[in-house]
Design a protein around this ligand. Sequence first.
Ligand code: UDX
Length: 457
Amino acid sequence: MKRIAVIGTGYVGLVTGTCFADLGNRVICLDIDAEKIERLKQGIIPIYEPGLEEMVRRNIQAGRLTFTTSYEEAIPNSDIVFIAVGTPEGVDGEADLKYVEMAAKSIAEVMDHPIIIVNKSTVPVGTGDWVADIVNRHKKNDVPFWVVSNPEFLREGNAIQDFLNPDRVVLGSTDREAAEQVAQLYLPLRAPIMVTDLRTAEMIKYASNAFLATRISFINEIASICEKLGADVKEVAIGMGYDKRIGHHFLDAGVGYGGSCFPKDVKALAHMAALHGCHPQLLRAVMEINRDKRREVVQKLRDLLDDLNGKTIGLLGLAFKPNTDDMREAPSVEIAHLCRREGAYVKGYDPVAKETARKALPWMEQAADPYELAKGCDAIVILTEWNEFKHLDLKRIRELMRQPIIVDGRNIYEPEQMAELGFVYRGMGRGYNGRRKTEHDERPSNTRPAPATTPTE
Ligand code: UDX
């Protein structure tokens, strides 16, 4: 049993604190938001994350998990302090570290015994050293402390599973003994633990997220090419994935990545690179492709409807991905704005992201279910691949729509099936778009016409 404090009760902080409590440690979670802490004390969590509320309540009842707004209460009673505060996007894509700075100062001011400060927030390379500097400048006693970087790789919607079954645990520190102490916390998870230096650990987080974002932009670029050449990107991805060096994960083409991490982290890495004289050409391309994918959806609507002015567009799925209510960098936000700007009436439906969508798109009407959404629509755009959208009564949907047009930004339906149901259907990178190739189709562009002298069949 260790005595742990976690600063910040966002996704990462709350999941980290609760899971460590569930593993038998005594955890105190701190946030400067008093209202949030009051609700957490009653077991009410501020985010939608499957299984988390139940786990929070169980550990509060067991007396292992408590909440506070006070550093005086949290720090003197803990040996390991995790910083898991937000690092929002600042100027020019640079990560804004004001919350990390506030946490480091506040820890330093009340520190009265040796502690290990572990940074879990995604922070620019070099932040660990900067945190050590801040603590040194603000500490009131001469007690020793150590800084460890421990990036978090959990995904929203799958956070508990990811925390408890990590592919790896990365720990970076200038002091191996401090890193080993933190490693002890993770031993019950039986995951590979990698101990390295501070800056390398910080870089592993950025490089991992940037690589995953690159895979998504790569397959999205292939999707655009597939569409022009009459190939099906879904099958291309399956065929590629059988190669063990490639694998099947993270090759789903669609409207591009969103959320609180990929957009911000790729931008921050590109910014860090440029600041230090590198030319992050690949990272820039990854971001451009991601931006263009959202615009491509609107272009598909223009192609199908001629003009968006006066048309009704229904957005099916608003969260940036399923199993979350998170609207941060959700493609739905930009697509809704673009459609509205061209004079369309936009409405939306999401099974979970209702309140968050209301905040992100306050002007948008929200339907009570997919069928109400379909009523009077000239086109429906699928933007989140929620399971409940995979088995809709599509015949009913078609009858409710003014025009049977579906742009499937997540490729959840099959083009041929949709054509049979009478829809005008466009997926992302699905070359056939609902019609079988016929002998009337064009020749592939790289097939040379036969020379005039060659006898033809
Ligand atoms: C991500 C990382 O996976 C996680 O390791 C890190 O800690 C935080 O950022 P998260 O943002 O929760 O996690 O979502 P993730 O499931 O990775 O999806 C990110 C985005 O990529 C979503 O918008 C999703 O729709 C998109 N995506 C993912 C695709 O478009 N295609 C894919 O094949 C996979």
